[in-house]
Design a protein around this ligand. Structure first.
Ligand SMILES: Nc1ncnc2c1ncn2[C@@H]1O[C@H](COP(=O)(O)OP(=O)(O)O)[C@@H](O)[C@H]1O
Ligand SMILES: Cc1ncc(C[n+]2csc(CCOP(=O)(O)OP(=O)(O)O)c2C)c(N)n1
Ligand SMILES: [Mg+2]
Length: 333
């Protein structure tokens, strides 16, 4: 089953009105905004990423969904797995190559005495320190959670639930015909950072954008009153914009040439059409995408990159000339 098929199946279940038909980034309950995001070793982060950065990314990805609703974070709940290691490996530092290659990993389900959990030197401790820094940075506090153990060698799966408050939260589905599409910040930096973290040569700043994204909380709060629709860019600018248009019953046209790229991205990847398509489909940006009337002053900086139209689907132009869509618009599980 694909992610889209799974969500379609869930939409047929009994849904709470606060679920918004599972068509939004968050659930809404009496002024509270709720969201949960999971990160998986090897899927969302690299096995040798620093544990403190993994904690940061988990918090940031969740708070980014609150930011997209203009919400102020109230607290978070953490679901955390301690990982058992075979006795022979106790004390081995993380980063040991046998722990890294998940393509060939063998997950051991022990039948004998349980190996002792959480003995990979320092990983859990460093995660907790990183969590402390992230919580303090974003002024949010821990409400609770759950701790479990993982089988030997199993990739870590770590989940966080974030709860915030917003008086009026813009939905994904609120874009109106004629609205402009805006995006905050720059796009593609995290995707480039992942390539660099995987071995290409490039600046550490871009790796930082991949490992430690910034949830746009202040921007989200400032933009929410003028936004007809808002969501964050996690899977890729093109796929997420197409989702906003679809949820709003509209089409959207995006001009590739208008997408804001950082100087670091352009120095690393170039500025041609392929580099712009790569930036717009890589994901992990955690910038905000919003629909608002064209030309109105906005309370935070955002770049106009397109427009909502009657009809359906995504149209891509490059400097105004229509171009074919790439085969993938973004990341899908
Ligand atoms: N396993 C699941 N069970 C229930 N609801 C889910 C599940 N996965 C996703 N959803 C819901 O589907 C909607 C879209 O999810 P998603 O695209 O993951 O949001 P986001 O990208 O903002 O995290 C949200 O309302 C989310 O709560
Ligand atoms: C090691 C690694 N490979 C690939 C990616 C790219 N990637 C993985 S998940 C994802 C999308 C965001 O994660 P998701 O679970 O879809 O979060 P949500 O959309 O629910 O917020 C992206 C761009 C990555 N971040 N790390
Ligand atoms: Mg996603």
């Amino acid at each position: 089953m694909t992610e889209a098929e799974f969500l379609a199946a869930l939409r047929a279940l009994p849904l709470h009105p606060g679920a918004r038909g599972l068509l939004d980034d968050t659930a809404h309950l009496d002024g509270l905004i709720l969201t949960t995001d999971t990160i998986v070793e090897g899927i969302h982060y690299l096995p040798d990423d620093p544990p403190a950065d993994v904690a940061w990314k988990l918090v940031a990805a969740n708070l980014s969904d609150l930011a997209a609703k203009g919400a102020v974070p109230e607290g978070v709940m953490l679901n955390y797995p301690l990982r058992a290691v075979p006795p022979a490996k106790a004390g081995v530092q993380l980063g040991d190559s046998t722990n890294d290659a998940y393509s060939s990993v063998t997950i051991a389900f022990p039948t004998g005495p349980r190996p002792s959990p959480g003995r990979e030197t320092g990983w859990d401790e460093a995660f907790v320190s990183g969590l402390d820094i992230a919580l303090r940075t974003f002024a949010v506090r821990l409400l609770g959670g759950d701790t479990v153990s993982l089988p030997v060698n199993a990739p870590r799966v770590i989940a966080l639930t974030a709860i915030g408050r917003a008086a009026r939260a813009p939905l994904r589905a609120g874009a109106r015909e004629g609205d402009a599409l805006y995006v905050t910040g720059t796009i593609g930096d995290a995707g480039a950072g992942l390539r660099i973290a995987r071995g290409e040569s490039g600046p550490a700043d871009l790796v930082d954008r991949y490992r430690r994204p910034t949830p746009r909380l202040a921007e989200g709060k400032a933009l929410a009153p003028s936004a007809h629709a808002m969501m964050d860019v996690s899977d890729g600018l093109l796929i997420d914009a197409a989702r906003m248009a679809d949820a709003s019953g509209l089409g959207v046209t995006i001009d590739l040439a208008a997408i804001p790229l950082s100087a670091a991205y352009r120095a690393f990847a170039g500025d041609d059409r392929a580099a712009r398509i790569a930036a717009a489909t890589a994901g992990d940006d955690y910038e905000l995408l919003l629909a608002a009337p064209a030309g109105i002053p906005l309370a935070a900086r955002a770049t106009p990159i397109g427009a909502f139209t009657a009809g359906t689907g995504l149209t891509l132009t490059d400097g105004g000339t229509p171009i074919p869509l790439p085969t993938t618009l973004g990341f899908q599980h």
